[in-house]
Design a protein around this ligand. Structure first.
Ligand code: BDR
Ligand code: CA
Length: 324
């Protein structure tokens, strides 16, 4: 059993990641924090709660709203891909202003929702118990602002992180600039901080899987109908923006598959840094595939800091999706 924390910006594919995290048999989801990214941070928090509500989440699970903007840059949102509210076109979720969503948040002393860092610290400490309990896998399927703040403010809790898995970047190719992938582009400084955190084992997942448009899952239940509306909107957005005809890429769901079934991936360890100042390349993940940079095999600042997933048994993803 692996214990996970999910930091996300739902987002159509984040919603599929939430569904898998809830129902994957060998995973315990401790909590969800949310960030700016696909849309503003208020909407991503509400969207996470809408997903928990509709996807049969255990009643004790909570959403902790996080960063409303990147560390240095102004925020960017992606209405073209995800709609104005981040989950464009979806059917079967509660409305964004449904009072029933309140129960998925924890009120702090002032009656406001308890925020991401407090939630992370509380649950990670309680699970780790200073070493007597379980380590936690930190998953990021959005810009990494919350995670960068976590490792910066609580370096003593980095030992409690078993693995840090993020959906972001690419090897020489981007999707929201010629070389930058969206999650890294939104907050490159945060990504560089996380990649350079001592002892953190990062796993970078290249967003490259497409489903089978000839055999879409049949909408035989409310949940499947909701997922089908999510993926249809996402597919249409990818078609109109990128000319994709092969169905939507399920970027974020791959993080949960990796935690559940790492044997389905082929990974290689590389030195990875994020370009922060380039005139044309800000947000690029610079993956040292030719081993130019002198570095050792340790994780963190001096070493090959990232296990880069280069291929996946894609049928495994759809099998897990349907099972969940
Ligand atoms: C990433 O950006 C967003 O569109 C998705 O949610 C995913 O996390 C893909 O580049
Ligand atoms: Ca995302």
């Amino acid at each position: 059993k692996r214990f996970i924390w999910l930091d996300c910006d739902p987002g159509h594919d984040d919603a599929t990641a939430i569904m898998l995290a809830l129902h994957c048999p060998n995973i315990t989801l401790l909590g969800i924090s949310t960030t700016h990214g696909n849309t503003d941070s208020q909407s991503t928090a509400i969207n996470a709660a809408r997903c928990l509500h509709a996807f049969g989440a255990p009643s004790g699970l909570r959403v902790y709203p996080g960063a409303s903007k990147p560390l240095l840059l102004p925020p960017r949102y992606d209405a073209e891909i995800h709609g104005e509210d981040g989950l464009g076109g979806v059917e079967g979720l509660p409305d964004t202003n449904d009072p029933a969503l309140h129960k998925w948040f924890v009120d702090d002393d002032s009656g406001k929702p308890t925020r991401a860092l407090e939630g992370m610290v509380h649950h990670i400490k309680a699970t780790w118990q200073g070493g007597a309990g379980h380590k936690v896998c930190m998953i990021s399927s959005g810009p990494m602002t919350n995670v960068a703040l976590f490792v910066s403010i609580y370096p003593d809790l980095v030992d409690a992180i078993e693995e840090f898995v993020f959906m972001g970047g690419g090897v020489g190719v981007g999707n929201r600039s010629p070389v930058a992938e969206w999650n890294i582009l939104c907050d490159p400084h945060a990504a560089q901080i996380v990649l350079n955190t001592p002892t953190i084992r990062a796993s970078l997942l290249d967003p490259s899987y497409n489903g089978d448009p000839e055999n879409p899952p049949k909408a035989v239940s409310n949940l499947r109908h909701t997922l089908s509306t999510l993926l249809t909107f996402f597919a249409d957005a990818y078609k109109s923006t990128f000319g994709f005809n092969d169905g939507p890429p399920l970027h974020d769901a791959v993080t949960i598959l990796y935690i559940s079934q790492p044997e389905l991936f082929k990974c290689t360890r590389f030195r990875v840094d994020v370009e922060l100042t380039g005139e044309h390349t800000v947000g690029e993940t610079v993956v040292d595939i030719w081993h130019y940079k002198p570095c050792d095999l340790t994780w963190g600042p001096k070493g090959k800091n990232c296990l880069v997933a280069q291929s996946v048994n894609a049928d495994g993803l759809f099998k897990l999706l349907l099972e969940c």
